[in-house]
Design a protein around this ligand. Structure first.
Ligand code: FES
Length: 181
């Protein structure tokens, strides 16, 4: 943030300056979201301390101003902006990867001889279900992505954006569904 505060007065393009100021504001909101995430991870028993210490070392020590002045300070400021811009361009790919990486999914595969409910309930013992036959609608979950082959009865609730995991599954063999569990 300090780097961009130093850089803003040097930007001559009005539009770019506005974008950078918007970016700084967005990053401040972002920082608040990170605090909530850290609190959540701590509550889950995950120690983020070493990772945070490394980030602090990188952004405060490595990317610090090192007491430079004059041309050296200006050159180093430009380099720091470039490094941070590069990092900002990589993070969306990391975000996409972590949201969509199959290896990180808590439930990754429902074989042909098991229902989606069976696989999900094994991984999440609190999963709600009752009839297991597509009648009651208890196991209904929202489908965030993927095509569903619905096998529910007419009495159970069923919509295009939801499925009954006790009887329905991906439309194609080996097809992928993203469920809001
Ligand atoms: S458990 Fe009753 S519809 Fe799935």
């Amino acid at each position: 943030m300090t780097v961009f505060q130093q850089a803003v007065p040097l930007i001559r393009d009005d539009l770019l300056r506005e974008d950078v100021i918007g970016f700084i504001g967005q990053e401040a909101t972002h920082a608040a979201a990170h605090q909530s995430l850290l609190a959540h991870l701590a509550a889950e028993g995950l120690d983020t301390g070493p990772f945070i210490a490394q980030l602090r070392w990188f952004f405060q020590d490595v990317l610090g101003d090192h007491g430079l002045t004059g041309k050296a300070a200006h050159g180093w400021l430009v380099e720091r902006v470039a490094i941070i811009a590069a990092i900002e361009h990589v993070t969306p790919f990391l975000g996409d990867w972590i949201l969509n990486a199959h290896a990180l999914d808590p439930v990754s595969h429902a074989p042909a001889d098991r229902s989606a409910l069976s696989v999900i309930a094994a991984a999440r013992p609190g999963t709600a279900y009752s009839c297991r036959q597509g009648f009651c609608g208890t196991c209904r979950v929202r489908v965030l992505a993927g095509e569903v082959a619905h096998h529910s009865s007419g009495t159970a609730r069923r919509t295009d954006d939801a499925m009954l995991i006790c009887v329905s599954r991906a439309a194609e063999p080996g097809g992928r569904l993203t469920l809001d569990l």
